[in-house]
Write a protein that binds this ligand. Structure first.
Ligand code: F6P
Length: 566
């Protein structure tokens, strides 16, 4: 660990970066040499091993990226020039790396063991005792509730838990519940309400019995419009189903940094689980925000999730840049985006239970790194992160993989596969893995006109037919992908995987001088929505608003006036 203060010069200017310019020359030379990954495999029998890393039980094969040894050397030189190790150490050391909010970003402390060798401190105060005190409260509560000892207003055990939260207060626990489905309690159902669209709340409560339902109001700020509105609906639903106001406390707990607001809502302090401001929303799964997940999968599985993340933290904190998995992933992203023109990243988990992962990573990456200015407020001189999207394979293959293979945009792909099956059929799992490996191979190899011609000739087609078919059946190939293997989809490997992407996101931001930990870009829409909600209700529309928005409001008011709510 080198220094606890982040380097001051945050602005990154490629024009004055010798490492960046070396990469530009290298990319140009690669283009001139018509470098093909498939050819590189033929020339170098060691390539797969050379470009594979192992950390915290995960295997990253990045040999299908459009790289050679020089590419990696130059990328690592850029990471060194950008003082990635010092910035990482500053984050682990509790420095206020979230400069625009004046906060540390010490989510790594949330998964550190009680007796960690490393010290996790903010403003000189060791945070681990408080972190573990709260974890212990969560564990006790989870065990009681899972054992049927936490009872509703009629004295019945809680059977349904509804997490009300949005963004970072929803996506993490929601994803863990589906990823670790096989660990979930058979007698306890965990549901999620995020959207302010009333249909979301209606859908979830439709099958619930108020007497056996517990709501978790999960909000870092306890001011988020959607969450507060859904929490108020939950209170109304309970009251209208015969729960006395004095009994409401048995059906609510809160997860927040804002205890006063939770109390003002009516949730007593002993029913509040807290976390600190130095935990960003999208990095908060490991805090009390993970309560819904802990209830679903149990304390020991949740502890394993933390342990997996901690193992990746230690790898990130101690490995040299060239062998540092999060760092290498971020550098490959940078190479694909800025030098090969593949800005977007497709997340392709080959595990149905990981179907919520792309949405989780979307917030993690795009809310963190979708910025136009550097930490010091100067405009970025390079583009910010590209789009992150995805869906579980093999379903995604039948949706947009056509675009990945033959579209004119180049898109990088992260294939993620657990080696052990999560389902009960060996045949299904073999076919699943075969498809995963086939896709990365196809993206890399492509198919040349000669290959297509030979194939069609062998099938007996005429010369004229072959000439007509060839352009449609060629694949350019040379499209970059990573393959991340998990030994199995377990709490430990999931924790490691999520921490890997968290750190990768941080490094990607640091490479171009962004603060990954603020999200000012969500504020304007929130402000306008508040005033528009008033306008929708009152009909008083500020004439300075644009004509489109005024007309939309007017149409919506007519529709609302004509609608009868049940
Ligand atoms: O979308 C903006 C955001 O602030 C996210 O960063 C956050 O995860 C989400 O809203 C929810 O915020 P809160 O937990 O304060 O309700």
């Amino acid at each position: 660990m080198s220094t606890l203060t982040p380097p001051r010069a945050e602005h990154f200017d490629p024009a004055s970066s010798s490492a960046w310019q070396a990469l530009e020359r290298h990319a140009e030379a690669q283009r001139e040499a018509a470098f093909r990954v498939s050819g590189a495999f033929v020339l170098d029998p060691e390539r797969a091993q050379r470009f594979t890393l192992e950390a915290a039980g995960l295997v990253l094969d990045f040999s299908k990226q459009r790289i050679d040894g020089d590419t990696m050397r130059l990328l690592v030189a850029l990471a060194a020039e950008r003082a990635i190790e010092a910035r990482r150490d500053a984050m682990f050391g509790g420095a206020r790396v979230n400069a625009t909010e004046g906060r540390a970003a010490l989510h790594v402390a949330l998964r550190a063991p009680r007796d960690a060798a490393r010290r996790y401190a903010v403003d000189g105060v060791d945070v681990l005792p408080a972190v573990h005190e709260e974890l212990d409260r969560l564990r006790t509560f989870s065990e009681q509730l899972r054992a049927g000892q936490w009872r509703g207003h009629r004295g019945q055990a809680i059977r349904d838990v509804v997490n009300i939260g949005i963004g970072g207060s929803d996506l993490g626990p929601r994803m863990v519940c589906s990823a670790l489905r096989r660990w979930t309690h058979p007698g306890l159902r965990v549901h999620f309400v995020a959207n302010v669209d009333g249909a979301d709340f209606d859908r979830v409560v439709a099958t619930l019995d108020p007497a056996t339902t517990l709501f978790i109001v999960c909000s870092k700020t306890f001011t988020t419009q959607e969450t507060m509105l859904n929490a108020a609906r939950a209170r109304g639903w309970l009251l209208s189903h015969g729960v006395a106001a004095s009994d409401l406390g048995r059906h609510f707990v809160a997860v927040t940094t804002n205890l006063d607001a939770a109390q003002a809502f009516g949730i007593a302090p002993e029913r509040c689980f807290r976390f600190e401001n130095w935990v960003g929303g999208r990095f908060s799964l490991w805090s009390a925000v993970g309560l819904a997940a802990m209830l679903a999968v149990g304390v020991s599985a949740f502890d394993e999730l933390l342990a997996g993340a901690h193992a990746m933290d230690e790898h990130f904190a101690t490995s040299p840049l060239a062998q540092n998995m999060p760092c290498v992933l971020a550098l490959l992203d940078l190479w694909n985006h800025y030098f090969l023109g593949a800005a977007s990243l497709c997340i392709a988990p080959y595990a149905e239970d990981l179907r919520e992962l792309p949405a989780y990573l979307q917030q993690l990456v795009m809310e963190s790194n979708g910025k136009s200015v550097a930490v010091d407020g100067t405009p970025l001189t390079v583009a910010s992160c590209g789009a992150v999207f995805g869906a579980a394979g093999t379903n995604a293959q039948h949706a947009y993989f056509q675009w990945l293979h033959q579209g004119t945009s180049s898109v990088a792909v992260d294939f993620i596969a657990p080696l052990a099956p999560t389902g009960t059929s060996a045949d299904s799992h073999r076919v699943l893995l075969a498809n995963c490996f086939a896709q990365s191979e196809a993206l890399m190899r492509g198919k040349s006109a000669d290959e297509v011609r030979a194939e069609l000739a062998a099938a007996g087609l005429s010369e004229a037919a072959i000439a007509a078919w060839v352009p449609h059946r060629c694949f350019p190939g040379n499209r970059p992908s990573n393959t991340l293997l998990l030994p199995a989809l377990s709490p430990h490997s999931l924790g490691a995987l999520l921490a890997l992407y968290e750190h990768k996101t941080f490094v990607a931001a640091a490479l171009i001088g962004i603060n990954a930990f603020d999200q000012w870009g969500v504020e304007l829409g929130k402000q306008l929505a508040t005033s528009l909600a008033t306008a929708l209700e009152s009909g008083v529309i500020d004439t300075r608003r644009d004509a489109s928005t005024r007309a939309l409001i007017a149409r919506a008011r007519v529709a609302l006036a004509n609608h009868t709510f049940d």
